[in-house]
Write a protein of this length. Structure first.
Lengths: 164, 376
């Protein structure tokens, strides 16, 4: 029975000691400890939230970059295509121009050649006629040294004239 | 939570089984010992140990003495005015008496373990079975006068409690210092040992049971938890400054339970009081229900008080009984068995020390939670 009868002394000292302990610990231990734990938890939460936000921002930026990239690529393709068509058209035009120019030149050359040919032919003709006249004169001179031959020639010429 | 309750019941069952076993053994052995002692002279070492254990030594008592486990154990788990250290060395503790004439303060060394009376300022005092009694003029104990004095002595339990409080203060103020020094950093050393326990009390005891108002009750819950736990642990240490059965003393558990009773009822809101004073029953049941509810207010802390007291005292009794086996059998051969069982019990007690602190705090939180709950 004595075991379950609280003694006044121990009750008194326990109450005093426990209340003192509660007050001291509350002020010097629990307040700073719980405060620090709470603060740290908050800062960890905050950091995690920030990390999450940063991740989202990152993803956003990446997708944006991708978009930009794609856009740039498309633009480049466009430009390239345009350049190609431009080049083709320029080339075609140049070719055409060259062809027409060439054709013109050829034409000119042909005309020139014709002209030259004509001139050459005319000159050749003149020279041939003068040469043949000279030859004929020389032939005639040699042949007409002889009287008989002169007469024959005249007779022949006369024959021709009669025929005309 | 459920697991814990199951576990507690298992531990209790085990404790009961052990207690029964030891009780059975001690009864059987007692009869044997009686027969034996007639034939074999009691080993002087055993007699001396028993002597020391019973806290009374002296020239007059050096004859053959029968070992009485119940007496030894009861003396060990009860409070004392001296703190037995080793052998014949004891630490005398201050005696503080409140008498009708005024305070009396003197050292318990004056009693010489109850062999001498002490002549105080107002009365003569005698130490009888660790109780201070007033000796009348005729040399006999004056029971009337003894009842009128109040004993506020620093007994073994009070001293042990002060040691525990000192340890708690050193630990937690240094931990608090660490928090101030390492703001926002990860815990380190003692801090990282204590922090999970504090967080455990907060997140697993206070928050789920009390709700969002838990912050206000955290200092009380934490203090109760660590006070009980540290006292339990120190009680398991067999040598000075541990070994006192502090939390296994009904006075201490009474104060703790009273604290819970006060804190619960002071913080009870209108729903709590309405539930007690105007319960939701037909009016003719009111007288009965109000009585039942009022008993409920008392019975909850009462259960807390008895639970802690009984668990810790039972643990001490079992360990002491197992050690007593050596002296009962009067042979060293039983020592390994005893030590093995004691080791097992000590490990179990280590768990019980935590468990009881946890249960006390949990139930306190639960009662507070019921008192501050907002509903209807």
């Amino acid at each position: 029975m004595e075991l379950v009868t609280p003694s006044i002394g121990l009750v008194f000292w326990t109450s005093v000691a426990f209340i003192c302990l509660l007050i001291i610990l509350r002020k010097f231990a629990w307040k700073p400890i719980l405060g620090a734990i709470h603060e740290r938890e908050q800062s960890i939460d905050e950091a995690l939230n920030k990390a999450e936000l940063a991740k989202q921002e990152m993803a956003r930026l990446t997708s944006q970059n991708q978009d930009l990239m794609q856009q740039a690529r498309a633009e480049r393709d466009e430009i390239l295509k345009e350049a190609k068509t431009l080049k083709d058209s320029i080339l075609n035009e140049a070719k055409k121009q060259a062809q027409t120019e060439g054709a013109k030149l050829i034409e000119k050359a042909k005309i020139e050649i014709e002209n030259q040919k004509k001139a050459a032919l005319a000159e050749v003709k003149g020279q041939v006629s003068s040469l043949s006249l000279e030859i004929a004169e020389r032939v005639l001179r040699t042949q007409l040294d002889d009287k008989t031959k002169q007469e024959a020639l005249v007779a022949n010429l006369l024959k021709d004239v009669e025929l005309n | 939570m459920d697991c814990n309750r199951v576990f507690v019941s298992k531990v209790k069952r085990l404790t009961i089984v052990f207690t029964l076993l030891i009780a059975f053994l001690s009864i059987k052995i007692d009869t044997f010992a009686q027969v034996d002692s007639a034939v074999v002279p009691v080993d002087s070492a055993v007699a001396e140990s028993a002597d020391v254990a019973s806290g009374e030594h002296g020239s007059a008592k050096h004859e053959k003495e029968k070992f009485e486990p119940t007496k030894v154990i009861m003396e060990h788990i009860a409070d004392s005015h001296v703190w037995h250290l080793w052998g014949h060395t004891s630490l005398p503790l201050p005696v503080i008496l409140y008498t009708a004439n005024g305070l009396e303060v003197f050292s318990s060394a004056h009693f010489h373990h109850g062999e001498h009376d002490y002549k105080g300022k107002y009365n003569n005092y005698r130490l009888e079975e660790d109780h201070i009694k007033v000796v009348g003029a005729d040399g006999k104990i004056d029971e009337e006068a003894s009842k009128s004095i109040l004993d506020f002595s620093i007994t073994k339990n009070v001293a042990a409690m002060f040691v525990a409080i000192l340890v708690i203060l050193i630990v937690f103020i240094s931990v608090a210092g660490a928090y101030k020094k390492r703001v926002g950093k990860a815990p380190k050393g003692l801090q990282s040992l204590i922090e999970p326990i504090i967080v455990f009390v907060r997140d697993d005891i206070a928050k789920p049971n009390i709700g969002h108002k838990y912050n206000k009750f955290m200092p009380y819950l934490l203090t109760v938890f660590f006070f009980i736990w540290f006292n339990n642990l120190l009680g398991l240490i067999p040598i000075f400054p541990g070994g006192a059965n502090v939390t296994g003393n009904i006075a201490l558990t009474f104060v703790m339970a009273l604290g819970t009773l006060i804190i619960v009822n002071v913080n009870g809101n209108k729903y709590y009081w309405k539930h007690i004073l105007l319960p939701d029953v037909p009016f003719w049941l009111w007288p009965l229900m109000v009585v039942v509810e009022v008993i409920g207010i008392i019975s909850k802390p009462f259960a807390l008080m008895v639970r802690l007291f009984a668990n810790i005292t039972a643990g001490h009794i079992i360990v002491l009984s197992l050690i007593s086996l050596i002296f009962i059998f009067e042979t060293l051969a039983i020592a390994p068995v005893s030590v093995a069982f004691v080791l097992f019990m000590d490990v179990l007690e280590l768990l019980v020390a935590f468990l009881q602190a946890f249960i006390f705090t949990l139930l306190t939180a639960l009662f507070i939670g019921m008192a501050v709950e907002e509903h209807h």
